[in-house]
Design a protein around this ligand. Structure first.
Ligand code: NAX
Length: 324
């Protein structure tokens, strides 16, 4: 039998964790023929809740689930890990300044990066979901000098999927008709969902919608969808976030021609090297590649630059705080 793939999930007792773990265990993360072993990392106060979720996982009798371990010790959690989903993070609380938020998350993602560096398997792939996701991924990566930098990624797939859905609804086509969607920049309100390269029915999407809708409805609806979900549901996106994490890792491992992911920049499209920024990406042979050669007009340039500037500011802030 195949050796199980070890998947470590942090924040396992949280709401995204609850939506995510059952899908991993059912085979949706890696494939319907790949056995998995789950490792749940939580803070001490939430270990008991994670144990409860593990009981429910047991009760599903998933054929592909070969074991579950639960711990509050990062070294144990990441020991031999092949995939790490870093979901647990410090949420912004009322009155919290950006510096406080970055500091609190540095205290989580720095040590977790080091634990990954020291304990994970050679093929470790990391997806950061916990916000501020791009900069948390950068912090973790900077504490893992022995792991290839490209193995640290952050999630903009939920934004990507939201953009697919909004555009498909507007044009009244199935989502499968929408190709070449791209989210650029930071997973934040400055992100830029790009319709100038997206295609519907083989034609550029931007040419099939009016400019006012694109600028004043589409872009802000995608960028602020998280807040709209909180407003409606009274809680932040969970099942859709878990779904996006599944999509990201599945495509990373199994390949795709075009999606969006935040990966370390190699300087492409004027994004400073090293920033973990969202790009149009393909996945080939288990590696993300930035799709090259797209023409960026002034409208897109301005918006990409604004989001990248925010990432640079976050990087400068965590440097100043000594977190990287
Ligand atoms: P919850 O508050 O429900 O769960 C977070 C869990 O993380 C808690 O159980 C907590 O005990 C645990 N945790 C905290 N610190 C930890 C640590 N040091 N080690 C291990 N576990 C730790 O939040 P949830 O709704 O699940 O969201 C998790 C994160 O995802 C948040 O940061 C949220 O902002 C972020 N999101 C990111 C999205 C994205 O697209 N990148 C979208 C959805 C979501 O908003």
């Amino acid at each position: 039998a195949q050796t199980p793939v070890k998947v470590t999930v942090t924040g396992a007792a949280g709401q995204i964790g609850y939506a995510l773990l059952f899908r991993i265990a059912s085979g949706q993360l890696l494939g319907a023929d790949v056995p998995v072993k789950l490792s749940l990392l939580e803070i001490p106060q939430a270990v008991k809740a994670a144990e409860g979720t593990a009981m429910e996982l047991d009760d599903c009798a998933f054929p592909l689930l070969s074991g579950i371990e639960i711990t509050d010790d990062a070294d144990k959690a990441f020991d031999g890990a092949n995939v790490a989903l870093l979901v647990g993070a410090m949420p912004r609380k009322a009155g919290m300044e950006r510096g406080d938020l970055l500091q609190a998350n540095g205290g989580i993602f720095g040590p977790q990066g080091k634990a990954i560096n020291d304990n994970a398997a050679g093929d470790i792939r990391v997806l950061v979901v916990g916000n501020p996701a791009n900069t948390n991924a950068l912090i973790a990566q900077q504490h893992a000098p022995d792991v290839p930098a490209e193995r640290f990624t952050a999630m903009t797939r939920l934004d990507h999927n939201r953009a697919l859905s909004q555009l498909a609804a507007k044009l009244q086509v199935p989502v499968t008709e929408v190709k070449k969607m791209t989210i650029w920049g930071n997973h934040s309100a400055t992100q830029y969902p790009d319709l100038f390269h997206a295609e519907v029915g083989g034609k550029v999407a931007a040419e099939q919608v009016d400019e006012t809708w694109l600028r004043d409805t589409f872009i802000p609806t995608v960028a602020k969808r998280g807040a709209a979900i909180i407003e409606a549901r009274g809680a932040s996106s969970a099942a859709s976030a878990a779904n996006a994490a599944i999509d990201h890792v599945f495509d990373w491992v199994n390949g795709t021609e075009w999606t969006s992911a935040a990966i370390p920049s190699d300087g492409s499209y004027g994004v400073p090297e090293g920033l973990i920024s969202s790009f149009p990406v393909a996945s080939r042979n288990g590696k993300w590649e930035i799709i090259q050669g797209l023409e960026i007009d002034a409208f897109s340039r301005e918006r990409i630059d604004a989001s990248v500037r925010e990432l640079e500011e976050e990087r400068a802030a965590v440097r100043e705080l000594g977190l990287i």
